[in-house]
Design a protein around this ligand. Structure first.
Ligand code: C2G
Length: 133
């Protein structure tokens, strides 16, 4: 049987345990995990602020993980179907904060939304660290 490729996307800024868990659970759904890391420009347009760690640093962190096989730069949310086809992905995995938002790629692969890890977020961490100073 051919191998099952899983693809997921994210900014993964200020890397934390919620990120680790979604990547581990995504990897368990197949044989190979490909991760699209959002570019700095995409992040700025999506969230209105630049990430703490730049796209090269964030890709370096994700690439270093044992469960990750390949990393590329995600430059547009609209190109999701192209990235899936280009990387021969069989299933798209996202946290359920994105539930339903990428159902439009179901013509090219399966789509799975996993429950988010509660009580941890990049925004919360930034606010917490800022409050310490
Ligand atoms: N995540 C999670 N639990 C948390 C925080 C994040 O499971 N407590 C998941 C998110 O649901 C997402 C992944 O970790 O699947 C990356 O989260 P973000 O870095 O916040 O990604 P985002 O900026 O939402 O980018 O094309 C989609 C985007 O690139 C997603």
């Amino acid at each position: 049987m051919s191998q099952r490729t899983v693809i997921t996307f994210g900014t993964f800024d200020v890397f934390h345990v919620g990120h680790v868990r979604v990547l581990q659970r995504a990897a368990e759904l197949g044989d190979r995990l490909v991760v699209g890391v959002s570019s700095d420009a995409l992040n700025l347009s999506k969230k209105g602020r630049a990430p703490v760690f730049n796209e090269d640093e964030r890709r370096e962190i994700i690439r270093s993980l044992r469960v990750v096989d390949e990393v590329f730069l995600e430059e547009s949310l609209e190109k999701k179907r192209d990235y899936i086809v280009e990387h021969h992905a069989d299933v798209l995995v996202m946290g359920d904060d994105w539930a339903g938002r990428f159902d439009w790629v179901k013509d090219v692969c399966d789509v799975v939304y996993l429950p988010r890890t509660p009580s941890v977020s990049t925004t919360g961490l930034i606010e917490h660290i800022s409050s310490l100073s």
